[in-house]
Design a protein around this ligand. Structure first.
Ligand code: IPE
Ligand code: IPE
Ligand code: MG
Length: 235
């Protein structure tokens, strides 16, 4: 990929990251409980992931739960944990059958033990990576991730280069995101991939996540394809 010098780049971003926001408002608009919005969000997420890999995306990172989300009311959290349990107990099979490897970033140790275990078991049942990599950010916070990485570097006992530091991040071995999409009208990162998104292209959609269709993803790809990435350089 010709990434530098303002040259053309691949039309389809290799690594797409999505902040899946707006489930609660989607449910509220329909006078449904927030949990119904999260359930609709998972359904949409499954379809979007298939479409992304069909389109040629190599890595898809999905922000499913932030560390800060763990301060939401117990009732909502229990609903979210149930959805995570359901998803990782079987729904991963279809995407794994397409050769998509599964991975998680974040501190899943902060989750109830059985939820963390189901995630770990589900991840192991992922594909060999020939079809891409699906990364779930669960109990994830970028600042916390950076601090963890710093502590790992300190424990290693020597100064690190930028490349070596990246290996201490939860995203070790993954390329930086090329395109970061946030649904749900907000224009902020909410503690997502702060280090990795230094030169990422941003795309904000006003659609609430359960309404963000495969066509909306195509529109994000089209927007990305029309951009010139300069990485601080000039032509
Ligand atoms: C995103 O939807 C999913 C999670 C944060 C788990 P929200 O639950 O934040 O939905 P809104 O922003 O309240 O609509
Ligand atoms: C970001 O959305 C986290 C996820 C989508 C998982 P939030 O709804 O938590 O973000 P804020 O609170 O609006 O910044
Ligand atoms: Mg939100």
């Amino acid at each position: 990929m010709a990434a530098y010098g303002g040259e053309t780049h691949e039309r389809i971003p290799a690594h797409v990251a999505i902040i899946m926001d707006g489930n609660g408002r989607w449910a509220k608009k329909r006078l449904l409980p927030r949990s119904a919005g999260h359930r609709a969000g998972v359904k949409r997420m499954v379809k979007l992931a298939e479409h992304a890999f069909d389109s040629g995306v190599k890595v898809l990172t999905l922000y499913a739960l932030s560390v800060e989300n763990l301060h939401r009311p117990q009732e909502e959290l229990q609903g979210l944990f149930s959805l995570i349990r359901e998803y990782f107990s079987g729904d991963t099979e279809k995407i794994a059958a397409r050769g998509v490897a599964l991975r998680v970033i974040g501190e899943i140790g902060l989750l109830p033990e059985d939820v963390a275990r189901l995630i770990e078991e589900g991840i192991k049942k992922g594909g060999d990576g020939s079809g891409g990599t699906l990364v779930f950010a669960i109990a994830y916070g970028a600042r916390q991730e950076i601090v963890r990485a710093v502590n790992r570097a300190v424990a290693a006992g020597k100064e690190v280069t930028e490349a070596q530091f990246c290996e201490f991040l939860d995203t070790a071995g993954l390329p930086d995101p090329d395109l970061l999409i946030r649904t749900g009208r907000e224009r902020r990162l909410s503690n997502f991939l702060l280090f990795q998104s230094a030169y990422t292209e941003f795309y904000f959609s006003d659609k609430l996540f359960p309404d963000f269709s495969n066509r909306d993803l195509d529109a994000a790809f089209a927007s990305y394809a029309a951009r010139e990435r300069r990485f601080g350089r000039i032509k």
